[in-house]
Write a protein that binds this ligand. Structure first.
Ligand code: ARG
Length: 587
């Protein structure tokens, strides 16, 4: 563990402020917002001027003169009204990046490890996975991997929607279609069969049919509610059917999540929270937080500082039924008891924000979580089609994830045809590139923003895309192979100490990795990883264009270049892994 690049510069500047007679707290350094003038900058003199009642320029000048001999910089200048502009010395950069290359995890300073649960995925069982499930899977998986990388213990829980009305609907529809099944025979007292009385495709047809029917047939809807009630009260026949539906549907979901390279540690669902519902009710009652309103049990969660209406959280409906928020509270009791996490992150559509505001407030007020337990909701925006309207299939329906994947694979195969000429394109490669297209296309955007899903653009090998990043990785690997590079554990970058132009730009970009990843982890922001690797790939490609690495005659320098290539490759591969995809052998 060492200081990150910015922390290193901060400490140099802080010492300089104190050597010049000012408080060291003014020594904060940031990346320059005028890259034409300098690489990093410090604006502390501006703030210090207020405390020391003198012109910021005077302070900046004094600090600058302290720094004039500092080997970290090739130039330090002050600019009116009081900015300190910093240009790094290439030798210092070479040294810094060499130590990154030689340390585990590129020398990232890891924070104090926490136990974090991340709740993402959240599909509702018995409905095929569709496009609406994509963002939570992609964002959740990436946030999970980033936090794991930072050394936290992270537990991913899919939190299946497995306890609701959809089961009542399916089972009642099934009863009408196959009344002869033993599950519907009130006299039956034996063991229920092991085999499901339906196939997955039947199930996938039954659910939408039942759901449509319930909208027109009030009697049917009432039966579905009764059936859901039976399920929640553990009626054996209903529970046996529930288990069949769960098994078929979850097996199928696992396949698709595997295909997406999304993996959950826990496959719990709302049903797991059911035993805790009575406890939720008794806690809010005992703590005097609840009241009855129109027959329902509710908790007021409005706060003085609210800028919008936050309605009470309903714990039990007037018919005594638990709701989505009740299960979430029950799940919190369970999670605190089983895993005692420091933090719980939920990744859902941002339209659920109010739901989580209510749940989090009740959980804190009721002491279901500790005051210091962090509850975080990552609410993401809508994935729209190219036309900016919610993504639909050509016939206007909701697209299944499987179909989306095969469309992406087709687009990738098409794009790769020219490159492969007559050669067969390995399916593995198509899948790697396809996943990079979808995942990067999503993650490059701030989660909360809506974005337009554009297969053609996402699958392009040029521009800010996943395939472009993979292409850069594959390219570096092939250069290293061609050069028959033998890499060392402690590379010697002293040959780069005169680096200028694109070589220096590459060193600067590498040096920024640690700060970037710390920041992405703190802000739970995979888009920062995307922005970084896009910039690093670009800088690398210009470097390689300008530098005849393979023809370099000085063997020490050639070796340093190859080591540099390998470092870039390792950083890029690490980062794409954090985004949830990986590079193929060849592209
Ligand atoms: N099943 C829910 C839905 O489809 C998402 C679950 C999110 N997680 C949670 N703990 N509420 O909207």
């Amino acid at each position: 563990m060492s200081l990150s690049f910015i922390s290193t510069l901060n400490s140099i500047l802080s010492e300089a402020f104190s050597a010049a007679g000012y408080d060291s707290k003014y020594g904060a350094v940031t990346v320059s917002n005028r890259p034409d003038l300098c690489e990093y900058q410090c604006n502390g003199a501006m703030a210090a001027a207020k405390e020391y009642h003198c012109a910021p320029f005077v302070i900046a000048e004094k600090v600058t003169s302290v720094l004039s001999e500092n080997p970290a910089f090739s130039e330090v200048s002050c600019v009116r009204p009081g900015f300190i502009n910093l240009t790094l010395s290439p030798a210092f950069l070479a040294d810094f990046t060499a130590s990154m290359a030689a340390s585990d995890g590129f020398g990232v300073e890891f924070p104090a490890p926490k136990t974090i649960i991340i709740d993402y995925g959240g599909p509702n069982v018995a409905k095929p996975l569709h496009i609406g499930h994509l963002r939570t899977a992609i964002i959740g998986e990436s946030v999970k991997r980033i936090l794991k990388y930072m050394g936290h213990t992270v537990i991913g829980d899919i939190h299946l929607g497995d306890w609701g009305l959809q089961f009542g609907l399916i089972i009642e529809e099934l009863k009408d279609r196959k009344p002869e099944l033993v599950y519907f025979d009130p006299e039956f007292s034996g063991e229920y069969p092991e085999e499901a009385p339906f196939t997955l495709s039947e199930l996938e047809e039954i659910y939408p049919a039942a759901s449509a029917r319930s909208k027109e047939d009030a009697e049917f809807m009432a039966r579905a509610h009764e059936r859901t009630f039976l399920l929640q009260h553990k009626d054996p026949a209903t529970l046996a059917l529930w288990k069949h539906i769960m098994k078929l549907s979850v097996e199928d979901e696992k396949k698709i999540y595997d295909e997406l390279d999304v993996h959950f540690d826990l496959w719990n669902g709302e049903s797991a929270a059911d035993p805790y519902v009575p406890e939720v009710v008794s806690i809010v009652k005992e703590k005097g937080l609840s009241r009855i309103s129109e027959g329902a049990l509710i908790v007021d969660v409005k706060e003085e500082s609210d800028r919008r209406e936050v309605p009470p959280c309903i714990i039990l409906k007037s018919d005594g039924a638990a709701l989505y928020q009740t299960t979430d509270l029950g799940t919190l009791i369970m999670r605190m008891r089983d895993m005692n996490p420091d933090e719980i992150i939920y990744v859902t559509d941002k339209r659920q924000e109010l739901h989580f505001t209510q749940v989090f407030r009740v959980a804190k007020k009721a002491g279901i979580v500790k005051p210091e337990t962090e509850l975080i909701h990552i609410g993401y925006g809508t994935m729209n089609g190219k036309d900016g309207k919610p993504f639909k299939t050509r016939s206007g329906g909701v697209m299944r994830l499987e179909s989306l994947l095969s469309e992406i694979y087709d687009a990738v195969r098409e794009k790769m045809k020219e490159r492969y000429q007559d050669e067969d394109i390995p399916e593995e490669t198509v899948k790697c590139v396809g996943l990079s297209a979808i995942k990067y296309g999503d993650l490059q955007n701030q989660a909360a923003k809506d974005y337009n899903f554009d297969i053609d653009r996402f699958a392009s090998f040029e521009g800010n895309t996943g395939p472009y990043i993979l292409y850069t990785i594959v390219r570096i690997r092939s250069i290293l192979k061609k050069a028959q590079a033998v890499l060392s554990e402690k590379p010697d970058f002293s040959y780069l100490s005169e680096a200028a132009g694109t070589v220096k730009a590459l060193l600067l970009s590498i040096a920024g990795f640690q700060d970037m990843i710390q920041n992405a982890a703190e802000e739970l922001a995979p888009h920062k990883v995307c922005a970084y690797i896009y910039q690093l790939s670009d800088v690398f490609n210009s470097f390689y264009h300008d530098t005849p690495v393979l023809r370099e005659e000085n063997p020490g320098k050639k070796q340093a270049y190859l080591e540099l290539l390998s470092l870039v490759e390792r950083i890029l591969s690490q980062c794409v892994g954090l985004l949830g995809f990986s590079a193929p052998d060849k592209m």
